[in-house]
Design a protein around this ligand. Structure first.
Ligand code: MG
Length: 243
């Protein structure tokens, strides 16, 4: 292959979920604030959005514990989220939420109404499918993922959905990529991973032997391994219009 040709030849495409196919709506802070107010907290969406960003930065390294294998489960994920919601409230100047408030927030993010599809998600998946590719969603998420995907019309659009908590390992661990490649019925070298995380999606995929593209919706990066919208995928794969 011409090294200057950015086209990728593959049989399967594995798509990340949050930041790639859908995003929290109206925002994490807005959902937290609505649930917090229902439980008696005087909460503002903007303060909770800022609080969430701070809490995420602080707690992302511990999401899968100190375990370099990135083992995970529904129980571990929920415990981590409980701590992250508490730190979000604290950063926003609120008292720690009680368990009922946390459960309301956690449950609200199982509701597809708390998420919105990026407008390019379903059209891009449809073109990939028309091109004969196997398409899967592979996400560091818990068992809430499938209900969200069903509500957003993604479940019927792809061949399979795989959440890290079900596999027992989170990206960038090799095990979740291996499981997804097998589920896709492809080989690693003919599998493309697309996601918005350099570490979890791109680096993890490459270590598993897959091709990878970084989806940078903010257009901060450029390069042969970067796309700015999922609508660029068909051309990169040499399928559909523009092939
Ligand atoms: Mg993502």
């Amino acid at each position: 292959m011409d090294p200057t040709d950015p086209r990728v030849d593959c049989d399967a495409v594995l798509l990340d979920a949050t930041g790639t196919l859908f995003y929290p709506y109206p925002s994490v802070g807005a959902v937290y604030a609505a649930m917090a107010r229902e439980h008696g907290y005087e909460a503002e969406a903007a303060a909770l959005d800022a609080g969430f960003r701070a809490a995420w930065r602080e707690r992302a390294p511990s999401r899968f514990g100190a375990d370099p294998a990135r083992r995970t489960s529904d129980a571990l994920e929920k415990t981590w989220w409980r701590g992250t919601v508490r730190r979000t409230f604290e950063h926003a100047g609120l008292p720690a939420p009680n368990e009922r408030c946390f459960e309301a927030i956690f449950g609200r993010f199982a509701d597809p109404a708390s998420w919105r599809l990026f407008p390019d998600a379903l059209p891009a998946i449809a073109v990939l499918r028309q091109g004969g590719l196997r398409v899967g969603i592979v996400s560091n998420f818990d068992s809430r993922l499938k209900g969200i995907c069903a509500g957003l019309a993604l479940a019927g659009a792809v061949h399979f959905i795989m959440a890290s908590a079900e596999v027992g390992f989170a990206k960038p661990a090799r095990q979740i990529f291996d499981a997804a490649i097998q589920r896709a019925g492809a080989s690693a070298s003919r599998t493309l991973v697309v996601g918005d995380s350099l570490d979890e999606d791109v680096a993890g995929a490459r270590r598993a032997g897959c091709a990878a593209l970084l989806l940078d919706r903010e257009r901060r990066r450029r390069g042969p391994d970067v796309i700015h919208a999922l609508t660029e995928l068909p051309q990169r794969l040499g399928i559909g219009q523009g092939a």
